[in-house]
Design a protein around this ligand. Structure first.
Ligand SMILES: O=C(O)CCC(=O)C(=O)O
Ligand SMILES: [Fe+2]
Length: 398
């Protein structure tokens, strides 16, 4: 492909972290070795969810040379196909009025049920998060990514951690990389916050995250209560059976790209969460979801949140609700930021299809039970590859 893309400038100095030790195959990752010295788990400490190889900052690659698209970012044709035709582009994911849901309006609850069955994705309006909270959150995330690389590297992921600045799901040196940088932080329960990865010297960052995290958790809990009712339990049923929702926030930065047709902002995947609430850029469309085999763009509705069913809810609902594959694409004109809040069960919680969702003649059990931490470690031990990471919990009937 002469002339289209150049090899990047030397990137060793841009690696987001360097304290990598040990191998990266999935069995090793699952065993979570305790050998890692720098930033790793110490004896007796809670073990992590996984690890990921160090990668360069894409934002820095673009800062150095806008034209550069290194080979490692050029995805196979089949993975980046843009079969998002006019028809797909005209489709819209359902929109739910959250205030009606919170009032218990039957019609809106039915809409939620259908949205989770047919789409696995919907947007919510009137969610109660003040515009000011959303703006502060977006501004603080933008300010973080604008910091010099040297500063951001202070919050870099450790080798066997998934929290911090860098990238996750990179498990081999050969694997194609995505055109994005991210910082991931566990936010709920507060005692699981690891401030080592929080840019506390950035004015306003901690306040903005804490305020947003608390507000978005309220929305998540109301949705959880609704899911509970839809799955045949009372409003607190899921919480009683599966415990309180934990929370992590993944902030994604997608730099502009001179060849958006060659790269992916984030590879097709489904989320390992119970569900995810995404705050996306109001102006730049990037998220696409796989709906009936075509990629449908999720056009931003200003100040709304995009919600999707995660793998844990798909499993609990015995496949009734779908954790849909999605991806993000990039563009030449504008960088894009998205903020994904994942809510999920406790590590020690066993997840599996609820009794109320199993019906031997019509909907036999589709997934086996599994401890959540074992599920999520399997996800983090692999590259993002659609729904391949969910196969190991599927039963024959699935
Ligand atoms: O940026 C987006 O729209 C999608 C982000 C996403 O899917 C994720 O962080 O899991
Ligand atoms: Fe996602």
């Amino acid at each position: 492909m002469p002339g289209y893309y150049k090899r990047s400038t030397p990137i060793d100095c841009q690696l987001l972290y360097t304290n990598l030790t040990g191998g990266t195959n999935s069995s090793e990752t699952k065993n979570m070795d305790l050998k890692v010295e720098n930033g790793g788990a110490k004896k007796g400490e809670r073990l992590g969810w996984g690890k990921s190889l160090p990668v360069p900052s894409v934002q820095e690659i673009v800062r150095n040379d806008f034209q550069s698209v290194p080979d490692r970012y050029i995805h196979e044709n089949k993975d980046r196909e843009l079969n998002s035709d006019n028809f797909a582009s005209s489709l819209e994911v359902p929109v739910i009025d959250f205030s009606l849901l919170a009032k218990g309006e039957e019609g809106e609850i039915r809409k939620l049920d259908l949205a989770c069955k047919d789409w696995g994705f919907f947007q919510i309006t009137n969610h109660g998060l003040r515009d000011e909270v959303l703006h502060k959150m977006k501004a603080t995330v933008a300010a973080f990514f604008e910091l010099p690389l040297e500063e951001k590297k202070k919050y870099a992921k450790a080798a066997n951690e998934i929290q911090g600045y860098g990238q996750n799901f990179v498990v081999s040196e050969e694997q194609k990389l995505d055109w994005s940088d991210m910082i991931y932080l566990i936010t709920v329960p507060p005692e699981r916050r690891n401030f080592k990865f929080w840019p506390l010297s950035l004015p306003g960052f901690k306040d903005a995250i804490e305020e947003y995290s608390a507000e978005v958790q309220k929305v998540a809990e109301e949705l959880y209560a609704n899911f509970s009712v839809l799955m045949g339990l009372d409003r607190d049923g899921l919480k009683r059976l599966q415990g309180e929702l934990k929370q992590g926030i993944r902030m994604n930065y997608y730099p502009v790209c001179s060849r958006p047709d060659l790269v992916l902002g984030i590879s097709p995947h489904s989320d390992g969460s119970t569900f995810t609430l995404l705050l996306q850029d109001d102006e730049v469309t990037g998220l696409q979801i796989k709906h009936k085999q075509v990629w449908v763009p999720v056009k931003p509705i200003p100040n709304s949140l995009v919600v999707n069913v995660g793998d844990a809810a798909e499993i609990q609902s015995n496949g009734m609700y779908k954790s849909i594959e999605h991806r993000a694409i990039t563009n030449e004109e504008k960088p894009r930021i998205s903020i994904a809040t994942f809510v999920f069960p406790d590590d020690e919680q066993e997840i599996g299809p609820l009794e109320s969702m199993i019906d031997d003649s019509h909907r036999p059990r589709m997934y086996r039970n599994i401890k959540y931490v074992d599920y999520i470690r399997e996800k983090f031990a692999r590259r993002m590859e659609g729904k391949a990471h969910t196969d190991f919990v599927k039963l024959q009937s699935a």
